[in-house]
Design a protein around this ligand. Sequence first.
Ligand SMILES: [Zn+2]
Length: 242
Amino acid sequence: MIDEIKKLNHKIAISDRDKLWIQTEYPNITISSSKLSGEICFQRTYNNITLLDSCNIEILLSHNKQSILPKVKCLDNKIEKIAKSLNLKMDQLHTNADGSFCLTVYPKEKSFFTNEQFNIQEFFTNLLEPYLYWICYYEKYKKAPWGEYSHGSLGIFEFIAEEDLNFRKIYRILKTNNISLRKVLSLYRQSKCLCGEKKSKTESKIRKCHNKAWIGIVKIKIALNQRLSILPQKNQTTISKV
Ligand SMILES: [Zn+2]
């Protein structure tokens, strides 16, 4: 990924109203101009299971070009401990290599906010708390409470599998995530999965290993074919070179 995209160079402003809300909802969180840090206590219910837990976190009040979300990290080794006790890798608990939380896939970020506009209150209630609930549930019940997207391009393909998108939208999503259409078109039924997990020959095929991602890939191919079929014949050669 290009460094320019990864740079956290867009500031997230916290209004006085937001500050008041944070102080009321999460009294142990300290607010500064560059970050929010401290203990977040939460109580959430999903499918009639209520969990009450807390986590020491740090939220950097800036985001990069690709994402509208701030980076959040755990300030102690709580998640590491959970991963160890469950014999899971950190990325299986949706923690990135730099220790930040992987809260959702890029194309879905805006859908968590009213009018697709980032705001700190909905960030806490729609993304951060559900993420922490997910982790705590996993710790307690040794399984994920709900399905999740895979990491990297597989997660993007899974997202595309779920949504009803035209080719133009799909193309934009692939482009923002640095996935070339050529790469997608090179994947076929017998291709090995991109996750690289060691499995038997049949099980390691993408359509078996990450089936939903495969469905997404098929969807992209169908959308491209539909797009090509509505174009005048003479333009087809140039378009297929994309
Ligand atoms: Zn796989």
